[in-house]
Structure formats: structure tokens, C-alpha cells
Design a protein around this ligand. Structure first.
Ligand code: SF4
Ligand code: SF4
Length: 378
């Protein structure tokens, strides 16, 4: 039991941290969602993000509460994006101005050259086109780097949430899986070349499981069958894989953006770093990591790979406290005062990631809340 003053300091700093997240999310969420729906839903979404911030700061459990936020954002994306599937639902409203899906971002550039379809040409984003896309991506990369894949991506939220459902893995991934770890990089190169050759968004047409119900299927039956087969395969990696293995199989092996971000994310200062002098080589972190992003050879200290997306899961799994968030591998100098505990690399990162995730998901989350309210109270 902590002494009352320590407990009070913890509560006060958690409230301050929650406010720091709440205000920017509310500002941008109101601007984004408020164009089409009541700002009440933006407020509800901002309060949720602030609640997550409070829970993280008060309990210190980063990954558990991050996962609640991340999965909720992904479920709301599905609710709004696929709301046409529900009879009587209002249908997506907030995607008219959505500029792009980041997963196939790199191949889109080629598609744009030939004025292909997909959202780059949509709404007000048309003016800026690829520049908007490039500027948005650069900002995200500088702010949270690879953290995007564990704090903001709607696909990742599905994979991550499902991987937490089973208590134990039915299929245990052996060490050989690490040999496949560079598969997304190969897929990315293939997608770039194929998109350039055909001037089509190849990932969207052939792999994206969200397109299964869309009009993007080819008119030729044999091609259409192949499209379906590949999309069902991707859907299995997104849904069945995590349920069977407790790992994020889609994000680890099939997402070209994960490979893209693993490379460019190095420009971002935030890292998860293992302290070799503390590490007892128990391997708990490698077992806990849902991304196959940390290795621990027998007798050797843990090593965090460039595929780490800063989810924080391994931090809580390490019995030695050997893993922590750092800035380029170094700790920040300790700050004194009541709020000193917030001046660490971990809190700086969580603030950036949660705020950015909260703002980005304002493109759909408040509208999805509105959809749910309309479904329940027509
Ligand atoms: S190494 Fe740790 S922080 Fe990085 S992805 Fe794996 S569990 Fe998450
Ligand atoms: S869980 Fe901690 S002590 Fe065990 S291998 Fe990983 S970093 Fe080392």
C-alpha cells in the first residue's frame, strides 16, 4: 500500500496526463467530426481517450489499456465502414473526405499518377493529392514512428484485440517463424513493382479483406475466384491467426505498411530498449511479444528488432524490469516535482501515440458512436 501523499501525487499526475490527452483530441475531433455530426460524439470519444490516458498513468499498465483503446477504435472503424451491412443503418458518412488507407500507401503513389480510383482523389484532399499523403505520413512517422501499428491502425486493432482473447496459444509459434519475419518487406517490394507494372492498387484489389463485400471484384469469374481466395487467406491471417497463436499474424507477416514503417520508423526517436545488464535471458519478453519483434537466444540478453511497434506488452512481462521506453536508446534525465514522473520517454511516447491515435480515429469513431446510438434508438 502506498503512502497517502505518494498515492495523491500519482492521482494528480494521472489527471494532468488525462487532461493533456483530452484537450487536443477534443479540439481536433470536434473539428473533424463536427462537420457532419453532433459534437457530442466527439466529446464522448475524447473522454474515452482521456480515460485511457488516466488508466495508463495511474496503473502504469501501458499495453493493457492501450489494447482497450486500440481495439475499440478498430471495432468502431468496422461499425462505421461496414455500416451498410446493417439494415436501417445510416451508412458511412465520414469516409467521403478520407484521403487514403495507409496500408497500401506506397503503391498508391503510382496509382495516383494514372488517376486511378481510391480515395486519394476524394473530397477536399484532391487539392493536395500525394502531397497530403506524404505530409501526413511524415508527421506520423516523426511523432510516433512504428508506434502507428499499435496505437492507430484500424487493421492492427483487430489483430491485436483478437490475439488477446485466448488464454493460451493453441498453436505455439516456434523459432523458425523468425525466418519469415522479413516476409512483409518482400511483399512490399512485390506490391510496389506490381502496382507500377499494372498501375493498379494491387494490395486493395487482391489482399484487403475489407474489400470482400465491395465492388472491386473483377468481372472475369476465374480472376474473381482467385481474388476471393487471396482475400479469405488474408482474412484468416487477420482473424484466425491471432485466435490460434495469440500473435498478430496479419501485422507480422502480411502487412506491407508494417515493413515500410519498420524501415522509416527509425527516423523516430522513441524505442523500446532492453538493458543487457539487467536481463536474465528468461525469454518472457519474446514469448509475450505479439509481433515476433524481440529475440532472446539461450544465455544471451534480449534483443529488440526493428519490427517492434512500441506496444509495451513486453515491458510488463519482464520480471527484471529490463525493458523500457527510451529516446534513441537513452533515458531522459530524471525530473523532480510532483509531475516529475510524467517527464520520461515512456510518457512522452504514450502522450504522442494516444493523442495521434485519438485524433486519427476521429475520422470514424464519433460517427460510429452515432451509428450505434441510431441503431439502438432509431
Ligand atoms: S518488443 Fe515489446 S513493445 Fe515491441 S512489439 Fe514486441 S511486445 Fe511490443
Ligand atoms: S523478459 Fe526481461 S529478463 Fe527475460 S529475456 Fe526479456 S528482457 Fe531479459
Amino acid at each position: 500500500m502506498e503512502s497517502p501523499p505518494a498515492e495523491r501525487v500519482k492521482k494528480v499526475s494521472a489527471v494532468v496526463f488525462a487532461l493533456l490527452v483530452f484537450l487536443p483530441v477534443l479540439l481536433f475531433s470536434s473539428m473533424i467530426a463536427g462537420r457532419e455530426i453532433s459534437r457530442f460524439y466527439a466529446l464522448a470519444w475524447s473522454l474515452f481517450a482521456a480515460g485511457i490516458a488516466f488508466a495508463i498513468a495511474y496503473t502504469g499498465r501501458v499495453s493493457a489499456y492501450r489494447r482497450v483503446f486500440f481495439s475499440a477504435s478498430a471495432v468502431l472503424f468496422l461499425v462505421h465502414f461496414k455500416s451498410g451491412l446493417f439494415p436501417g443503418a445510416p451508412g458511412p458518412s465520414c469516409f467521403k473526405e478520407t484521403p487514403f488507407c495507409h496500408i497500401a500507401m506506397a503503391p498508391y503513389f503510382f496509382g495516383y499518377l494514372y488517376q486511378q480510383y481510391l480515395a486519394l482523389m476524394s473530397g477536399g484532399w484532391k487539392l493536395w493529392g500525394p502531397l497530403t499523403l506524404g505530409a501526413g505520413w511524415l508527421f506520423v512517422t516523426l511523432a510516433i514512428g512504428r508506434g502507428w501499428c499499435s496505437w492507430a491502425c484500424f487493421y492492427g486493432g483487430i489483430d491485436d484485440g483478437l490475439s488477446a482473447i485466448p488464454r493460451r496459444p493453441l498453436i505455439k509459434a516456434g523459432g523458425w517463424v523468425f525466418k519469415l519475419r522479413d516476409l512483409p518487406a518482400a511483399l512490399l517490394v512485390f506490391m510496389l513493382l506490381a502496382s507500377l507494372a499494372y498501375m493498379l492498387p494491387v494490395y486493395c484489389l487482391w489482399l484487403c479483406p475489407f474489400k470482400l463485400t465491395e465492388v472491386f471484384m473483377d468481372g472475369e469469374p476465374s480472376v474473381r475466384r482467385l481474388q476471393y481466395a487471396l482475400m479469405v487467406f488474408a482474412l484468416a491471417a487477420l482473424v484466425l491467426g491471432p485466435l490460434l497463436t495469440r500473435k498478430r499474424t496479419f501485422c507480422s507477416f502480411l502487412c506491407p505498411f508494417a515493413a515500410w514503417q519498420a524501415f522509416w520508423g527509425r527516423a523516430n526517436p522513441f524505442r523500446v530498449t532492453a538493458a543487457p545488464e539487467k536481463c536474465s535471458a528468461c525469454g518472457n519478453c519474446a514469448q509475450a511479444c505479439p509481433m515476433f519483434a524481440v529475440t532472446c537466444a539461450a544465455g544471451a540478453a534480449a534483443e529488440v528488432l526493428p519490427y517492434c511497434n512500441l506496444c509495451g506488452e513486453c515491458l510488463g512481462a519482464c520480471p527484471q524490469g529490463a525493458l523500457r521506453y527510451t529516446v534513441f536508446g537513452a533515458d531522459l534525465p530524471a525530473a523532480g516535482g510532483r509531475l516529475g514522473r510524467l517527464f520520461t520517454a515512456g510518457y512522452f511516447f504514450v502522450f504522442s501515440a494516444l493523442t495521434l491515435g485519438g485524433v486519427f480515429s476521429s475520422l470514424w469513431a464519433p460517427a460510429a458512436l452515432r451509428d450505434l446510438v441510431k441503431l439502438v434508438l432509431p
